[in-house]
Design a protein around this ligand. Sequence first.
Ligand code: SF4
Ligand code: SF4
Length: 351
Amino acid sequence: MSEDKRKNDIAEGQDDGATKESRRDFLKKLGVAAAATTVAPAATAKAASIAEHLQTHFEMMSDSQKEKAIARLEKRYSEQFEKQVTVANTPAPDGVLFGYALNISKCIGCRRCVEACVRENNQSRGEEDTRHLPIQWIRVLEMTRGNDTFQLENWHKGSPSSSPIGDYGVQSGGHADKAVGISGHAEHYYYPEQVPEENSFYFPVQCQQCEDPACVRACPVRATFRDPNGIVVIDYNWCIGCRMCQLACPYWARRFNWGEPILPNEDMNPKTHYLGNRPRMRGVMEKCTFCLQRVRDGRYPACVEACPVGARKFGNLLDPESEIRKILANKKVFRFKEDFNTEPKFFYYMD
Ligand code: SF4
Ligand code: SF4
């Protein structure tokens, strides 16, 4: 089915928040109902109401349908978390393309960005040693100082399997189906008493908000899409939990809710956005959205505010006077796994 025809079919089927064709019929037509049932997706989550079950894709909803969906969610979340929860639908501002720059010569690996992100975005606190692990959108990798993984002259030589520094860890440069590029060891689970550790540098990774996102191309139901400001978002109610996006993303940026997220009432951030940090359900995918609920209101993402050394910069790529444009013009800048041609709007730089 062509994209336009699919959109028309769905739009025609809209009727006060529901489609004439039920969501399950729709899934059956796509041949993915079995997979969806196995992973208990959003549509079958216990807490979801029938109206929510049948509601259409956020992109297709009329204003009144959005209002009703949001009112339903605010009521449900407020009851569930025993506090007044708001679900914003702030539109994308005009004339803005959001971009991010991270100074790897400054990052000290303290992971305050990770903690701030978890708090702001209502990620599952999880339970260690169980299947319901905590969900974190940002990963900070510790790497050995002096390894030549990120030196430009090495970008297109060597191969992961013949590299003198090993065939595991992070690959920079190169291409998935060509033995080109160089890999170096990176440690995700480091717990030093003090950071930065001697002889280490740190490489945070999160969704790179690709301009040509592999995840969007892979999603069979368009649950994930690029918003007008260039942020890749997920309609959690439309996600069928097939995990194709996770498979497609070259940056390990997506997290799947295997279990019901664990979010204590007192930890829940009640200021949410429909496409951002509202509570997720079991069986759906999530990831960084540059704190969409903040940046659409003209604020910085939580990780930018939390970084104690100012390694994180954020701004409008379309504004030639913005800090991020000055960084791109004047610093040594690279993009991670550039050869995948996903065109990230997340830039790394060095002083
Ligand atoms: S980094 Fe991964 S999840 Fe993020 S936009 Fe790119 S492909 Fe999608
Ligand atoms: S967002 Fe990911 S998990 Fe959800 S339906 Fe799309 S590809 Fe599948």
